[in-house]
Design a protein around this ligand. Sequence first.
Ligand code: ADP
Length: 263
Amino acid sequence: MTNPAGNFYCGVDIGASATKLVLLDADRQVLARAMRHSGVDYRGTARQCLDDALDTAGLTGEPVATVSTGYGRKNVDFAGQSRTEIHCHGAGCYHHAQQAVSVVDIGGQDNKVIHLDDAGKRREFKMNRKCAAGTGAFIEEIALRLNLDVSELDGLAASTEEPVRLGSFCTVFAKTEILSHLRQGAPVEGIVRGAFVSVVDRIIEMDPLDGMVMATGGVVAHNPVIVQILASRLGRDVVVPEAPQFTGALGAALTAHKLTATQ
Ligand code: ADP
């Protein structure tokens, strides 16, 4: 498929860990997704993601419109506009939910809770940016301490029902605590499950999460056990949309489409 007229729309989410990009067609259907480590050259990474996505979709030309979001959103030279992560995550989730929803996004460096009303309008949001507690960075630190790859954590957590409780959310204190548990012979899978429980505790401490709950972000995408623990703590289902790590990029692409349609 080639599309020299460039009748497609782009959203790019430059996170502190990963850059995610979504291309939509004129009917707001996903044509392609691309993801790379953000690295240090955000501008270059964004352009590489666009090239990857164009290749995947078999497209040529440039998007009709691009909206950028995320930590590095000011670094996308092909984006006409940028929007906050809160706006774009909200837009991406409402596209799936089509009703009032409480969004929980667990990313690399921060957690967000966003409440949307029935029309998709934001009622309230909370974001922890001050420390790594309960974020992807916390999980990565736990993996490092246990000499594991992050991709191994979910399988280990799934293999036990008995978490080794960590007393601290703080990455620095949790590190010391883990060493002490290992010294006392605690099983690694229990420690991993305990770390997942503390991620969920941190979210619930941030916000009680009313109504329909939707979970997104890289941590959610790669660790379904965290979603199971959250659902069991809330006593109800937690919805995970398709491609949960791309929700912000999807919201940015939807915004690009909407801006163009209303011009
Ligand atoms: P950000 O937008 O802040 O860059 P993301 O929502 O993209 O964050 O999530 C990044 C996080 O996803 C990482 O910190 C890591 O915890 C998790 N992650 C990414 N890839 C993997 C993987 N292959 N296995 C397990 N976890 C992963």
